[in-house]
Structure formats: C-alpha cells, structure tokens
Design a protein around this ligand. Structure first.
Ligand SMILES: [Zn+2]
Length: 188
C-alpha cells in the first residue's frame, strides 16, 4: 500500500490507519531534525504508540517529546524492532546527525536523510559530520544491490531507488575515498 500524505499530518495518518484497520503502536524516528520529529509527540499521544530513536539524538528529540506518558526507547546499532511479523534492523549511520539511523527490513531500506536518490543529506547543520557520513555510506554500500532505498525526502527524479542504482548514479555514493568525497562536497 502506498500512503501519500503531506508532511506533518498526524490526523491524516491516523485516519488512513483506521480505514485500513491498522494500529500505530511504534513510531521510529530516523533522526532528530524538526521536519522528521515535530508531530511525533501528537501522534504518540493520540495513539499510545512508543517512540524509538537512536540514543545519540536523545537530547534533541527529548525536546519535542513533551508528553511524559509517552514511552521512549533508545536504539543502538544492530538493534531489532519487531513490527507484527516483520523484524526491522537498525543501522546507525551518523553524519547528517549524530544519531541518524537507517532501517532495514525484508529487501527495503528506509534511509531518512542519510541517502537520497542521487544525493545525500546535508552535513552543515548542527551535529553534522562529513567524514562520519562518508563512513556511514560505506556501511550501506555493503548491502545487496537489489535492496530498495526509500529516502526521507523525494528530491530525486524517482521517489525511490536501489543500492545498486545508487552505486551507478549517485556521485556521492560512488566515492571510495574520503578525499574524493570531501572534494565533491567542496570541502577540499
Ligand atoms: Zn534531516
């Protein structure tokens, strides 16, 4: 099922889930930035869902989770989250933010703002680190080529891609050395 919702519409998401007879009981945040977290408190308060995010983004995310009755679960690399019969593996991919994560299940990878179609996340915001992002991308390159990549923003010509496709077309993902990567970012 494809869900098209405008950004930040907690009620619309709840409506869609009600219609599909789905229950939201876990909310996983890929990183701390406001455009990815600002409705988490409202959505968790209205659904009683627990909120999951990487421990290295704790301080930033804690600021937007204001309701004290919301359950917070801090994640680490390689943690597994069960959603129904699906097991989601957490891959810590710092660089865009210290606690940025990608989520791997079946043949799908949710990449947040770490890897976009033909692009990557910014490293010039607070907590950003270009060398760490380079290292995180090397981690993702080890995944199989047919893994589908679902980014946190639809900036590319197509809304999603594959690891193999990004290896062929994404100039940042193609870099094999830190020097090449920093050069491309204009930092050398
Ligand atoms: Zn971001």
């Amino acid at each position: 099922m494809e869900i098209k919702i405008a950004k930040r519409e907690a009620d619309k998401l709840i409506d869609i889930c009600n219609k599909e007879k789905l229950k939201i009981n876990k909310i996983i945040l890929t990183h701390s930035h406001y455009d990815h977290t600002q409705k988490a408190d409202e959505l968790a308060s209205k659904t009683n869902a627990a909120v999951y995010f990487h421990e290295d983004d704790y301080n930033e995310i804690k600021r937007v989770i204001k309701n004290p009755s919301i359950t917070i679960n801090k994640l680490r690399n390689n943690d597994e989250i069960k959603v129904g019969s699906i097991k989601i593996k957490v891959i810590h991919t710092p660089g865009h933010s210290p606690g940025a994560i990608c989520l791997l299940f079946e043949n799908k990878l949710i990449t947040g703002d770490t890897l976009f179609v033909n692009a990557i996340g910014r490293t010039d915001l607070a907590g950003g680190d270009s060398i760490k992002l380079f290292e995180s991308l090397q981690k993702l390159k080890k995944l199989k080529d047919d893994i589908e990549v679902y980014p946190g923003h639809d900036y590319g010509e197509i809304p999603f891609s594959t690891i193999g496709g990004e290896k062929k077309n994404n100039p940042y993902f193609m870099c094999n050395t830190k020097e090449q990567f920093l050069n491309l970012l204009g930092m050398f």
